[in-house]
Design a protein around this ligand. Structure first.
Ligand code: GDP
Length: 183
């Protein structure tokens, strides 16, 4: 995705946020999606970061603006401004860190407190390449997603597995909801 497509005229602009414990792989998922590169030594920095990418859904060109907490989740400094106007959220946990999965419910409360009621939320079990250290089964992730009415996917930012799919699923679902609203 080069600069030329960035300049293309878009039909819509969607904001979406990345949420989840520190270290689960949010910024690597985002950099994979927006630049297709994997940063092995990424360090959490303070301050919100965001990236853009244009996505075609049917005949519409959608500019998605994805926000990343960039380490702020450690300090619980995320405020309502992070969620304001967001139509989608990728709620990420690390399949090798059970605590990050147990915290999903806490993050969901926050999304539902600060986010809009019809936000598209995708539950993402990242680091699927580390199957040998797995602490959360795929089935557990899927069950929680079903219970909470979320979409679900396991990803690997390292192996670039399902990364494209997870962002595209979120954007396509947002587009579907927006289209239904404007009918
Ligand atoms: P964030 O704090 O949620 O933004 O997490 P980061 O994106 O900074 O990643 C935290 C650590 O996990 C870094 O050392 C990454 O290299 C590593 N990491 C991220 N995604 C993956 C993945 O899919 N597989 C593996 N094996 N490591 C990953």
């Amino acid at each position: 995705m080069g600069d030329s497509s960035y300049e293309e005229e878009c039909d819509y602009l969607f904001k979406a946020v990345l949420i989840g414990d520190s270290g689960v792989g949010k910024s690597n998922l985002l950099s994979r999606f927006s630049k297709d590169e994997f940063r092995l030594d990424s360090k959490p920095t303070i301050g919100v970061e965001f990236a853009y990418r244009n996505i075609r859904v049917g005949d519409k060109l959608i500019k998605s603006q994805i926000w990343d907490t960039a380490g702020q989740e450690r300090f619980r400094a995320i405020t309502s401004s992070y969620y304001r106007g967001a139509l989608g959220a990728l709620l990420v946990y690390d399949i090798t860190r059970r605590a990050s999965f147990e915290n999903v419910t806490k993050w969901l409360h926050e999304i539902r407190e600060f986010g809009s009621s019809d936000m598209v939320i995708v539950l993402v079990g990242n680091k699927s390449d580390l199957g040998h250290s797995r602490e959360v089964s795929e089935e557990e992730g899927r069950s929680l997603a079903e219970l909470e009415s979320l979409c679900f996917m396991e990803t690997s930012a390292l192996q670039n597995s399902n990364v494209e799919e997870v962002f595209l699923a979120m954007v396509a679902n947002i587009h579907k909801i927006m289209s239904q609203k404007s009918l």
